[in-house]
Design a protein around this ligand. Structure first.
Ligand code: AMP
Length: 392
């Protein structure tokens, strides 16, 4: 069965087509600068990458081209062969604890949650509408980044604020990257050959979060109401003393919206280093002796270690620790610094094994009390799996 996995942003549309249940990727690609000038799309097929410049006035046009490409590249003979389309949704609030088939009620709820994910939820709805218009017979599903975290106990998802705020304004921890945490947790359990495990999953990319996972269910996660909590990220501050916000608003006269921009776009590695939000640039800065890059990296690593140790105690141990996403999969230096900071837990780095990028690897020695794995994440296949099950 042919299933499409789709991730719509405000001006982009990423997709992968799968043959299910084999999980074979048939074609993948991304449409960029939708609704802007100089729009184009890139397609990956049989190991080849093709880029084409086209007018993309809206997401529907992108979907139409997508379908034409599927047909002209003989991925499908006709539209009817695309049985299911799964859409990635960033914020599902407390409404959704699993993947759902799209209905008008589901769309209304995603729309209602837009205030918590203003860049993502409205764009995803545009993507769903475009898919419905172009491939009307396919089953449309929505896969939520927050769903995996809905199993957290109340004491972990509540903030110590007036209790009514949670009830009246839905202020609570929802988490993020849930599909990725779930994917790597299931994959590590497959490697370990059991499901009753205690895992600490570290999704360290431009955005970053760590989860504590017990028996394949999330018990705690570092992201909060929004994706700016917990770890230090590329340009997001993560956990800070909340009172800094009103204090600095008074000192600088920033509006709440401007303050939000500082906390999300001008903080993190970028804020401290003054150089970049990209850990590759920070690593180059460190090599060149840039003191602020050195400091930024120290803070970044410290916070990751803090969360791993916190979750180790919360879980009562760990059967494995996993690194995934851009930094987790590729930054040899960050992984080394984090693992070395876990020495007291009996974790022992295998330097040679750690010296690799972007592939599934055990990076600790045989003597290590906790194995540490690098597992490349695959949110698309998770979307395809759920969509296949609901379409079947
Ligand atoms: P993601 O958000 O998961 O796509 O991760 C993107 C981030 O991964 C980039 O901003 C970089 O900070 C990081 N990254 C990618 N490749 C490398 C690399 N070779 N070394 C260090 N960091 C990397």
């Amino acid at each position: 069965m042919k299933i499409l996995s789709v991730n719509a942003g405000s001006s982009s549309l990423k997709f992968q087509a799968f043959e299910m249940p084999e999980e074979k990727v048939l074609i993948s690609g991304v449409f960029e600068r939708i609704g802007l000038d100089s729009s184009f799309y890139t397609i990956k097929l049989n190991g080849e990458k093709i880029q084409k410049e086209v007018d993309l006035p809206n997401h529907k046009e992108a979907f139409e081209i997508l379908v034409e490409e599927l047909i002209s590249n003989k991925i499908v003979e006709s539209l009817e062969e695309i049985k299911g389309i799964g859409h990635r949704i960033v914020q599902g609030g407390s409404y959704f604890d699993k993947t759902e088939v799209v209905t008008e009620d589901v769309i209304a709820k995603i729309d209602e949650l837009s205030a918590l994910a203003p860049l993502h939820n409205p764009a995803a709805i545009v993507g769903i509408r475009a898919a419905q218009a172009v491939v009307p017979n396919a089953v449309q599903t929505v896969v939520f980044d927050t769903a995996f975290h809905q199993t957290m106990p109340e004491e972990n998802y509540l903030y110590a604020l007036p209790y009514e705020w949670c009830k009246d304004y839905k202020i609570r921890r929802y988490g993020a990257h849930g599909t990725s945490h779930k994917y790597v947790a299931l994959r590590v359990d497959e490697i370990l050959g059991k499901t009753n495990t205690k895992l600490i999953t570290c999704h360290i990319g431009n955005g970053a979060s760590i989860s504590a996972v017990k028996d394949e269910k999330c018990v705690n996660t570092s992201m909060g109401l929004t994706p700016n909590a917990g770890l230090i990220m590329g340009s997001r501050c993560g956990d800070i003393d909340a009172t800094i916000v009103p204090y600095m608003i008074e000192k600088t006269g920033l509006s709440p919206r401007e303050m939000d921009t500082v906390l999300n776009k001008k903080s993190g590695l970028l804020g401290i280093s003054g150089v970049s939000s990209d850990s590759r640039d920070i690593e180059d800065g460190i090599k060149a002796g840039n003191e602020r890059c050195i400091l930024a990296q120290k803070m970044y690593v410290r916070r990751i270690i803090d969360y791993i140790v916190k979750y180790y105690f919360e879980l009562g141990g760990a059967d494995a620790i996993v690194f995934t996403a851009g930094v987790g999969e590729n930054s040899i230096a960050t992984r080394k610094a984090v693992v070395e900071g876990l020495k007291l837990l009996g974790v022992e780095l295998d330097e040679e094994a750690n010296n690799s990028r972007g592939k599934e690897t055990l990076i600790t020695t045989k003597n290590s009390k906790i194995p540490v794995y690098v597992i490349p994440t695959n949110e698309e296949v998770m979307i395809a799996r759920d969509t296949y099950l609901l379409t079947k």
